[in-house]
Design a protein. Structure first.
Length: 295
């Protein structure tokens, strides 16, 4: 039987795996050295494994957020104009998602970090083929994880806007969570994306688990990561680069699948937008858009 441990604490999803050991003494020592709130689980395998989780004891309900104009302006005023525009649209998308989805689905696990949006834009190959540009926009926004939640859903929306900036008549295939086709083709891309970004941030922690003969790590939403399927034995900086590359390729594949499913093979070889063309579309092409229809 596979030996499985949880990446997020089963009773507190904002607590995530930080350290593991077969020694109670060692895990207690790590707990005493931590400056964060902690929780501890002992997994009763034949040889027990002890896992330390760190996190924030408070989770804010997304229903309580109020991203008003003054609040947002204060946080994005130092960004270059492209970062400001994308940040503004991302917050609008988050508010739309909160408005139409279940409250339990949108708890806030972290602070809003708008400076990471500009970092994402700086790592896109603007003007390359459309699937590449759209996929890299999606990938880099997800990797930087700037929003308190819904980074995958808003990343997909930005992929859609990237395609629309080249062809405003493009009709996005349905990617609604409650649509039957979701689990057929969109969900696997999101699940694999979450696997990649979790391994990217935790290769050394997962290597430690692998050395303790753990087979599977399960993150929230029941997503399982089979450790043997990933290369973990590398410096953490190397892992950040390696898995970022894999994630970009994964999202580029998703962009291509979107175009093919929409019957728009004519856009597969089309040149993607420049950064300015994308920003201009976000500013001027979405003024009357009701983003709630996207969720």
């Amino acid at each position: 039987m596979a030996r499985l441990v949880f990446y997020h604490h089963p009773q507190a999803e904002n607590f995530s795996l930080k350290y593991s050991s077969a020694s109670v003494t060692e895990i207690q020592s790590q707990r005493e050295q931590s400056d964060e709130s902690t929780k501890l689980i002992g997994y009763p395998f034949e040889t027990p494994v002890y896992v330390l989780y760190e996190g924030d004891s408070e989770i804010e309900s997304a229903q309580d957020i109020d991203f008003d104009q003054e609040w947002l302006s204060d946080r994005i005023r130092d960004l270059p104009r492209p970062g400001q525009v994308v940040a503004f649209r991302l917050v609008e998308l988050l508010e739309a998602a909160v408005d139409v989805r279940d409250e339990d689905e949108f708890r806030l696990y972290k602070e809003f970090e708008p400076q990471k949006i500009q970092q994402a834009l700086d790592h896109v190959s603007w003007g390359a083929s459309l699937p590449n540009v759209a996929g890299e926009v999606m990938s880099n926004l997800i990797l930087r994880h700037s929003l308190p939640n819904a980074n995958h859903r808003t990343g997909i929306a930005m992929l859609q806007f990237c395609i629309e900036s080249v062809d405003p008549d493009f009709e996005m295939p349905r990617t609604h969570v409650d649509d039957d086709s979701w689990r057929e083709w969109v969900d696997p891309y999101i699940v694999d994306s979450k696997r990649l970004i979790t391994v990217r941030r935790n290769n050394l922690r997962f290597k430690q688990l692998e050395e303790l003969d753990v087979d599977l790590v399960e993150r929230k939403d029941g997503i399982q990561i089979r450790l043997a399927e990933f290369e973990l034995d590398m410096h953490w900086r190397e892992a950040l680069t390696e898995y970022a590359g894999q994630h970009e390729s994964h999202c580029t594949d998703f962009a291509q699948a979107v175009l093919e499913r929409a019957g728009r093979d004519d856009l597969l070889d089309r040149q993607g937008p420049t950064k300015q063309e994308f920003i201009t579309y976000l500013e001027n092409g979405l003024v009357e858009r009701d983003f709630r229809e996207m969720f």
